[in-house]
Design a protein around this ligand. Structure first.
Ligand SMILES: [Fe+2]
Ligand SMILES: [Fe+2]
Length: 291
């Protein structure tokens, strides 16, 4: 194991230990199913169904994600544990839709067929870029679930509130693991990692876009369901930079450097991150600061 891989493996063990000790929850025992509010609004159900749909692309997330990092122990084992935790998210939301009477078995089977007719592909192609993508995506998902936890509470749906609470805790834990890996990568190669971060920020898109059936019309109907640019900057972008100890100006400089590199048509080979990544190609790097 290289020094870098060893550090990442240690981060994984710390993550896993904490997950086993503090964060496990049980779909069959820990959710107050009887407290689902059958009178809650259709909008609340539509939101749950949409989140469930995004979570249902799990086979693609797992297959693509784990293959990208299969030779890096800490990262690969994280993907396996991550898959187990994420599998509970779609299952639990599906159970909620059924048990609350908001959807029938038939409707959900139909939705599953539509979902599996499309495939999710990796938005970025190096482990380092995907690690940072995971970090941003998990944080954004966390912010969304926290928001919807409050909405479920406002509609007196204690069951859905509890579900969102457990899921949000998982999502922020995933984000923290990715952040800890990025910290290690920044120590190894600050410039290269910053360039990848700038690239991912500039091209970030949530995983459901373009594949979840009727995604655009769902978003239109789901009042305040997502997060707009301001919320993204305040609750996702800035906290991540702060946690990583990266100043906004440093990030902007990385972005300018990446754009300059692209302009001069240079390709940079990055060997300092050892086995973790194929060389990030910054020739197609960032064009704007935020998603
Ligand atoms: Fe999830
Ligand atoms: Fe997650």
């Amino acid at each position: 194991m290289s020094g870098l891989e060893e550090k990442i493996f240690r981060e994984y063990m710390a993550f896993f230990e904490k997950a086993e000790r503090e964060r496990r929850w049980n779909l069959f025992q820990d959710i107050p199913w009887e407290r689902a509010n059958k009178e809650a609004s259709e909008e609340l159900a539509l939101c749950a169904e949409t989140f469930c749909s995004v979570e249902m692309y799990l086979p693609d997330y797992v297959a693509n994600g784990i293959n990208l990092v299969r030779s890096y122990f800490g990262q690969a084992w994280f993907q396996a544990n991550w898959a187990y935790e994420e599998s509970k998210h779609s299952l639990t939301l599906m159970q909620y839709l059924l048990r609350s009477g908001k959807r029938t078995e038939e409707q959900l089977t139909d939705l599953q067929h539509q979902i599996f007719a499309k495939q999710w592909n990796l938005p970025f192609h190096t482990p380092r870029q995907m690690t940072f993508y995971g970090c941003v995506q998990e944080m954004a998902t966390f912010v969304i679930y926290v928001k919807h936890r409050e909405r479920a509470a406002a509609e007196n749906d204690e069951c859905l509130r509890t579900i969102y609470d457990y899921i949000a805790r998982d999502e922020i834990a995933h984000c923290r693991f990715y952040q800890s890996v990025i910290k290690v990568l920044l120590e190894e190669d600050r410039e290269g990692t910053l360039a990848d971060m700038a690239h991912v920020f500039a091209n970030f898109e949530m995983p459901g876009v373009g594949i979840v059936p009727d995604y655009d019309s769902r978003i239109l109907k789901m009042r305040e369901a997502g997060i707009d640019r301001n919320v993204f900057i305040q609750k996702v972008y800035m906290p991540i930079l702060k946690y990583l100890g990266v100043g906004r100006h440093e990030m902007l400089a990385a972005q300018r450097a990446a754009i300059d590199l692209r302009r001069s048509g240079e390709r940079r080979r990055d060997t300092s991150i050892e086995g973790l990544a194929g060389a990030p190609n910054v020739t197609d790097a960032p064009q704007a600061l935020s998603a």
